[in-house]
Design a protein around this ligand. Structure first.
Ligand SMILES: *Cc1c(COP(=O)(O)O)cnc(C)c1O
Length: 387
């Protein structure tokens, strides 16, 4: 086996597909120290700039003093601390859902929820550009896993119409992580009602950013229904770590009993939940942060003057610049890096072939001049590289 692993790694290296972890020596912020160099970073999903906020650092230190650093046992033994419980109630109230529960990561949430709610005889209908962990949850569930073209409501309807599955679940990212566009959630809810289906919405990139006070994508569309189950991660706009699932009380009660990645796993430290409670307050009071983020998005669009490369249509903090070829995207990313600016190049299989891109991720921590600088660098780079 080791021989085979070595061969595969060598093949990756030869194809230029070997990925390296950058070594960070600074907190996650707009200026980072990576591999011992200083960079202006457009890489993080810390959309509101909360990951390094002094109030939250203090909250974590305080909470660790009160609750220690470890949860010690799984949720159904003695791992469920008051800090976890309080955060669950606050999150449910914030997103306007009857109940919520925590998971240690979004990846675990998607696997746990789909694995628990769907099984043989059921069907999951998934957008082709969904995050990898929604796919993994779908496969793991053993339900009939059907993928429809990106945001294609008609194709989805055809699949629903033809389905004889016992339970039907539409699973989709609300904001697509590599595209920044928003799923047609109102149409999905209409289809759920028409075809007796449910929807599981992954709001990793909408929570904290979209909707009133950052309540997320469902609030952005004003959607409420017992047919909706939502998940959002707490390591992106919330700036900390973890995830939660919210929905009808009976759904949450059921998942607490049956979601294996919940039942058989040690919860994140209670201090993390206390930190997230403080973060949730900052999100709720963060209209100025969201306004600044919108200003940065507009600044980027206004200052880019490109002919070959194109910003993809997105109103969110994820602003991908479509380059096309893998080598061209990597070359552009390196070119920026040499000038002290980090923007990741995203290549297949993460995105479809011939759509390699720079994933520009904006954060309220950026200053206007940071974004102007990036735009000017890209304008100049196109002249030099894409001629
Ligand atoms: C990041 C992400 C996840 C995974 O969440 P983690 O908490 O990082 O494990 C799930 N879904 C989407 C759409 C994501 O972008």
């Amino acid at each position: 086996m080791l021989q085979a692993l070595r061969a595969e790694l060598e093949q990756r290296q030869a194809q230029g597909l070997m990925r390296q972890r950058r070594l960070l020596d600074s907190p996650q912020a707009e200026q980072i120290t990576a591999d011992e160099c200083q960079y202006l970073s457009f890489c993080s999903n810390d959309y509101l700039g909360l990951a390094n906020r002094p109030e939250l650092i203090a909250a974590m230190q305080d909470a660790a003093g009160n609750s220690g650093v470890g949860s010690g046992a799984s949720n159904l033994i003695t791992g469920h601390h008051r800090y976890h419980d309080e955060l669950e109630k606050q999150l449910a109230e914030f997103v306007g859902m009857p109940a919520a529960m925590l998971f240690s990561t979004g990846y675990m949430a998607n696997i746990g929820v789909l694995g628990a709610l769907a099984g043989r005889g059921d069907a999951i209908f998934a957008d082709k550009l969904n995050h990898a962990c929604l796919n993994d949850g779908g496969y793991y569930s053993l339900a009939d896993f059907q993928r429809f073209p990106h945001n294609d409501v008609q194709a989805l309807e055809q699949l629903l119409k033809a389905s004889t599955a016992k339970h039907k679940i539409i699973a989709a990212d609300a904001v697509f992580s590599m595209d920044g566009d928003i799923a047609p959630l109102p149409e999905y809810l209409r289809l759920c009602e028409q075809y007796d289906a449910y929807m599981y919405i992954d709001d990793a990139h909408g929570f904290g950013v979209l909707g009133e006070h950052g309540q997320g994508s469902l609030n952005h569309f004003g959607l409420k229904s017992p047919r909706i189950i939502m998940m959002a991660t707490l390591g992106k706009a919330a700036g900390v770590a973890g995830a939660f699932v919210a929905g009808e009380q009976v759904v949450i009660d059921y998942l607490i009993q049956t979601a294996k990645s919940y039942v058989y796993s040690t919860p994140a430290p209670p201090a993390l939940s206390a930190t997230l409670s403080a973060s949730l307050k900052l999100i709720e009071q963060g209209d100025d942060l969201r306004a600044h983020l919108q200003h940065l998005i507009a600044t980027l669009k206004h200052n880019l003057h490109l002919t070959k490369w194109q910003l993809m249509p997105s109103e969110t903090a994820v602003q991908p610049l479509l380059v096309g070829g893998n080598d061209a995207a990597v070359k552009l990313s390196k070119h920026l890096q040499n000038q002290g600016v980090l923007v990741p190049a995203i290549r297949p299989p993460t995105v479809p072939v011939n759509t390699a891109r720079l994933r520009i991720s904006l954060s309220a921590a950026h200053k206007t001049q940071d974004v102007v600088k990036l735009a000017e660098m890209l304008n100049q780079a196109e002249k030099e590289l894409a001629a």
